[in-house]
Design a protein around this ligand. Structure first.
Ligand code: GLU
Length: 500
């Protein structure tokens, strides 16, 4: 089995195309086949090297590495279409000689006039065949005189072109609706429907798996295979990925590209796993499986043909699963850009700060959807403002309850005379002491301590938070962390603000 992913480098990798890449990859890995990356860059105005680089980077990030193609080499290259122009030209010569193709001198104005006339007459616009039967000598003369004709495929009349789509079943088209398509433009650049066939054939592609937006291209491509006397590969057209309103997923739905989901802090294994679930299910009620496991179970015939809706909430669900599995060091490394952007980490972390992050980030990451949510979760370490907290009516009311007032004062006093609460045990012991002194326990005790230390009614558990605050407060600027106020200073400020 040989399959390919053939992106046009004209923009970012859309998640729908990433899913196409993934299904090809799963198919190849399942069968021990070869997965090829080919770049279809014949649209020279819109193709860019930057887009090609970004697409390759996103594929590698997702773990969809290829065996053959751009950057990987192989026996049937080159793998970039603009490097194959000579090869297409040789094949075009062959089709012209066998009469399967012909030169067309029609001008764009002429073609547009014909199109308008057809539309006005209520007929589907289709090439009229003006140049179908030009005299060979005449053609040669016009070319010698400097004309640059296009080349069209001669489509047989009154035929049905059918194929068995591996996802959609039998699909057929009548050739009456297909006008002779341009296969090579006047400037020598081949059309997609033509280059793709030569490439797939010469690269020995056995299965073409792509988006259903290409389904109407397939009969034209099959006619090119026939013109060369080649056997077409198997085709599978995947349903499109839709937005929540069932329109194709586009910018107006929000993020659409792999790059955007990556920037939001979704893990690659979560995005890949989630994309595999759009239109396919690994079975046994299991959904969260790593790529090799998905490949082991993948079966094209189990891919549904109804459109799949991209559901970011489900992606977040998958991501939460993988955030919990990720090793602490990896989580920290992936979190750093977000912490830097938030201004929490200001320089390359010292060894001590790295150790602190390794302890603090993973538990906080168990309660977020994606890494870009982490700074919000950590904000209360850095932003403590007792007066602002007490200006909130809910916090103000709670903190002025008589029992809360005495807990706040007792906590402030105890913490001012104790060593920093850098461990859970030290914190527990001090809380117990405050409880004994005030008679407060449970929520009355711990909720007030939370208000005093963070100014917030909710947040991460105190056993984690208080030692994290105390350890962070001990860092020097050179460690790289933004300044963090100690619990002692927080409590003093809170009690001051209470009496203000
Ligand atoms: N370059 C085409 C695209 O990006 C590839 C279509 C195909 O796989 O045949 O849509």
């Amino acid at each position: 089995m040989r399959v390919r992913f053939a992106p046009s480098p004209t923009g970012h990798l859309h998640v729908g195309n990433a899913r196409t890449a993934l299904f090809n990859w799963l198919l190849a890995r399942h069968a021990g086949g070869t997965y090829i990356l080919r770049v279809e860059d014949t649209d020279r105005e819109r193709s860019t090297a930057a887009s090609e680089a970004a697409i390759k980077d996103d594929l590698r990030w997702l773990g969809l590495t290829w065996d053959e193609g751009i950057d990987a080499g192989g026996d049937v290259g080159p793998y970039r279409q603009t490097e194959r122009l000579e090869l297409y030209a040789r094949h075009t010569q062959q089709l012209l000689e066998t009469g399967h193709a012909y030169h067309c001198f029609c001008t764009p104005e002429q073609l547009e006039a014909e199109r308008q006339a057809a539309l006005a007459a209520g007929a589907p616009p289709k090439y009229a065949g003006t140049c179908r039967a030009l005299d060979r000598a005449d053609v040669a003369r016009r070319i010698a005189a400097g004309a640059r004709p296009a080349v069209r495929l001669r489509v047989p009349s009154d035929r049905t072109v059918a194929f068995d789509d591996l996802v959609r079943g039998t699909v057929s088209f009548h050739t009456d609706v297909i006008g002779d398509p341009v296969i090579v433009r006047g400037d020598g650049i081949p059309a997609y429907n033509y280059a793709v066939v030569i490439d797939d054939a010469l690269m020995h592609i056995t299965h073409v798996v792509r988006g259903e937006d290409h389904i109407s291209n397939t009969p034209r491509q099959i006619l090119v295979y026939e013109a060369f006397g080649w056997t077409p590969p198997a085709f599978a057209h995947l349903s499109l990925v839709l937005g929540p309103d069932h329109a194709p997923l586009s910018k107006r739905h929000g993020a659409t590209s792999v790059a955007e989901f990556r920037a939001k802090g979704y893990l690659p294994e979560a995005l890949a796993n989630y994309l595999a679930l759009i239109g396919w299910s690994p079975g046994d009620g299991q959904e969260l499986l790593p790529l090799p496991e998905l490949a082991a179970r993948f079966d094209l015939s189990a891919v549904g043909h109804s459109a799949g809706v991209f559901d970011e909430a489900k992606l977040a669900w998958a991501n939460r699963h993988y955030l919990k599995l990720a090793p602490p060091e990896r989580l920290v490394a992936l979190s750093l850009p977000y912490l830097k952007t938030a201004g929490f980490v200001r320089a390359t972390p010292s060894a001590a700060l790295s150790a602190w992050l390794t302890l603090v980030v993973p538990p906080l990451a168990t309660s977020i959807d994606k890494l870009s949510d982490l700074p919000e979760r950590m904000r209360l370490l850095f932003a403590f403002d007792a007066a602002a907290a007490l200006a909130r009516p809910d916090v103000h009311a709670e903190a002025h309850e008589p029992l809360a007032l005495s807990v706040a004062r007792a906590f402030a006093e105890a913490v001012s005379g104790a060593p920093p609460l850098t461990t859970k045990e030290a914190f527990r012991a001090l809380a117990k002491q405050v409880g004994a002194a005030t008679g407060a326990k449970g929520k009355a005790l711990f909720h007030t301590i939370r208000l005093v230390c963070t100014g917030e009614p909710d947040g991460p558990e105190l056993d984690l938070l208080v030692p994290a605050i105390e350890q962070a407060a001990a860092f020097a600027p050179a460690d790289g962390l933004a300044p963090v106020m100690s619990c002692r200073d927080r409590a003093a400020a809170f009690v001051d603000a209470l009496s203000a």
